[in-house]
Design a binder for this molecule. Structure first.
Ligand code: NAD
Length: 365
């Protein structure tokens, strides 16, 4: 078998085996072949890039949501408003990996026609790693920026200066295509860390770093359990008032401007596990601005200049956004994807729940 034991409390599994397993779970749960493939592609790529928070560890949550109806299997994106270069696409709580791809396909086509597309994707089930959507635009030669909010889910992130949560991890992403090279991908949660990283720490039973979490009284803590056991604490926003401000802007652009709705008592389901993402994407064709040749040359000139900075002590190299993920991918493709044993057990449990044929389950060597 492809999987082997890694360090204590960890399974290492080859990406292709993990992909087959992830796909098989979704298929057994009732997703079409294509849907299962899109979900597995997305989650395994997130693992390969080192974002385990948005990898296959999400599957138990997804299956819980298909069962409750909070995620609708085999659903496709629908145009809700069509103003040419300004469009709103409704995900209908379908799998985010399906409806966001379909929305980006439309947005890219519109940006080709008009030079730009301002796209609101509303009411999508979890759309995962936002860089995935920026990369889809970059493959088509488009620059794109994405602001995302989350509702359905309970609040998890405190506003700057707040001692209790008011929104969630509201990610932001900008992706810049490059000629013959991998794109620049800046993609992050506006909380100090993505919530999935707290889940990974909780599953591994390890404390988190200082400065990421507060407890229910608003005091600093390193215990990931404050996000799982009442009375609940909160994640802090990144970058003090600047990151806290960007988190607020994400909710306003993705939730209010698009009509997808902000995170508020009207949309929070306190006991639910729903994760609905709304996203405002601005997709720009560089050819409609300074022209592709000038743009491509300036990108290379600037990135080369930035990377030429002498690194600080202890830093091997100045990296461009997107490079750390690609380095991790090279390592994980070679050495396998590490999965903590708690997450692995959750995957085995969900495989049993959907009655996956035993031959589809990778077993430990
Ligand atoms: P992170 O803190 O790891 O930051 C990642 C970004 O920083 C990447 O663009 C990366 O290339 C860049 N980066 C990291 N180290 C760098 C270095 N040394 N030099 C240059 N650039 C560097 O990311 P995160 O906040 O943990 O977010 C993880 C993922 O979670 C993202 O893909 C995000 O989209 C996703 N997310 C999704 C949701 C959702 O609701 N769907 C919510 C939150 C986060």
């Amino acid at each position: 078998m492809a999987s082997t034991l890694g360090s204590v409390g960890e399974v290492r599994i080859k990406p292709e085996r993990l992909h087959t397993f992830a796909m098989a779970i979704c298929r057994a749960d009732g997703s079409s072949e294509e849907e299962a493939r899109l979900v597995a592609d997305h989650l395994v790529l997130a693992n390969l890039f080192g974002h385990d928070s948005h990898g296959v560890g999400m599957i138990p949550h997804y299956i819980q949501n298909t069962e409750s109806g909070a995620c609708v299997r085999n659903h496709h994106a629908k145009m809700a408003r069509d103003n040419g270069a300004v469009i709103v696409v409704d995900g209908g709580a379908g799998y985010g990996q399906v409806v966001a791809k379909e929305a980006m396909d439309i947005g890219i086509e519109r940006a080709r026609q008009h030079g730009v597309c301002v796209l609101g994707l509303i009411n999508a089930h979890h759309i995962g790693r936002i860089g995935h959507w920026g990369e889809q635009c970059a493959r088509a030669g488009m620059v794109s920026t994405h602001w995302v909010n989350v509702h359905g889910h309970k609040s998890m992130v405190a506003p700057f200066g707040g001692a209790e949560p008011r929104f969630t991890t509201n990610p932001y992403c900008t992706t810049i295509p490059r000629n013959g090279k991998e794109p620049i991908v800046l993609d992050f949660a506006t909380s100090q860390v993505a919530m999935g990283k707290v889940r990974v720490a909780q599953n591994k039973k390890v404390p988190m770093e200082d400065g990421l979490l507060i407890d229910a009284a608003g005091r600093p803590t390193t215990d990931p359990g404050v996000m799982y056991n009442a009375p609940y604490g909160a994640l802090l926003p990144f970058g003090l008032h600047k990151g806290g401000g960007l988190a607020v802007i994400c909710d306003l652009l993705a939730g209010a401007l698009t009509g997808g709705r902000t995170h508020s008592p009207r949309t929070i389901k306190k006991t639910g596990t729903d994760i609905i993402n709304n996203m405002l994407s601005v997709i720009i064709d560089p050819a409609a601005m300074g022209g592709s040749a000038l743009f491509e040359e300036e990108v290379e000139t600037f990135i080369t200049w930035v990377k030429s900075a002498k690194p600080q002590d202890g830093v091997p190299e100045v990296l461009a956004p997107g490079e750390p993920e690609r380095a991790r991918r090279a390592d994980r493709e070679k050495n396998g994807i590490p999965i903590d044993t708690t997450t692995w057990q959750q995957l085995l449990d969900v495989a049993a729940k959907v009655r996956l044929n035993d031959t589809d389950i990778p077993h430990m060597a």
